[in-house]
Design a protein around this ligand. Structure first.
Ligand SMILES: C[S@@+](CC[C@H](N)C(=O)[O-])C[C@H]1O[C@@H](n2cnc3c(N)ncnc32)[C@H](O)[C@@H]1O
Length: 212
């Protein structure tokens, strides 16, 4: 099920063609060819807008793949910022370094290979933005780890929270993933330290701002 009418998504993306550059197009082409689930152009720009909107200087991504979402976050924090990318697959670090290096966006990046939530727990201090895009059965635990580590005024952002429409529909997928996302979304909605909304771009993006 499409969350947003594809004609709307196409229109939105067509407004973003000024961001076309060889490295970004190469990353998008790689994702298409290999069926790798990057956030895509509309959501990527959303990440940059949100991060710039809260003046983010320190961001951690949980689940960075080959660096596509990192591309937008790096633009937001700038070369003097701090951007922690995480992924369980060491080959993704190599690819992300290559792409982001060629795009001139590597300066703020530290890459952590291994479990993303463990990397978050190992790093000290608060973050302006924690962005979650790991395997979906890990969403509730990722939220519980992240919600304590975001500064007041900062953001928790999470991709795929509508899961192609399965989350708001009845029923469960055999892997239990849909219920894990539902649990994640409920935990956030109930947390009075945060005000949250689901932006229905692409597959649903949770945006939660910490207010206390
Ligand atoms: C959906 S992709 C990330 C896409 C990326 N955010 C983007 O838009 O470019 C999920 C990635 O998270 C990694 N991953 C999944 N669960 C993880 C975990 N618990 N710890 C670290 N990496 C994880 C996978 O290896 C995969 O590369």
């Amino acid at each position: 099920m499409d969350i947003v009418d594809p004609r709307i998504e196409t229109y939105m993306a067509s407004r973003l063609s000024r961001f076309d550059e060889p490295v970004l197009l190469e990353m998008e082409e790689r994702a298409r060819e290999r069926g790798f689930p990057i956030v895509g152009r509309n959501c990527g720009v959303t990440l940059e807008v949100l991060a710039r909107g809260v003046g983010a200087r320190r961001i951690i991504e949980l689940g960075s793949g080959f660096g596509y979402s990192g591309y937008w976050h790096s633009r937001a924090v700038g070369p003097a910022g701090e951007l922690h990318l995480t992924d369980g697959d060491p080959a993704n670090e190599t690819s992300a370094r290559d792409y982001l290096g060629r795009a001139g966006l590597l300066a703020p990046v530290t890459f952590h290979v291994g479990d993303a939530v463990t990397a978050l727990q190992t790093l000290p201090g608060e973050f302006d933005v924690i962005y979650d895009d790991i395997d979906k059965d890990g969403y509730p635990a990722a939220w519980l780890a992240a919600c304590e580590r975001i500064r007041v005024g900062g953001l928790y952002i999470c991709d795929n929270v509508l899961w192609s429409g399965r989350v708001p529909a009845d029923g469960e997928t055999p892997d239990g993933v849909t219920d894990a996302i539902r649990e994640h979304n409920a935990l956030i909605a109930e947390d009075e330290r945060y005000v949250s909304t689901i932006v229905p771009t692409r597959d649903g993006v949770m945006v939660a701002v910490r207010i206390s």
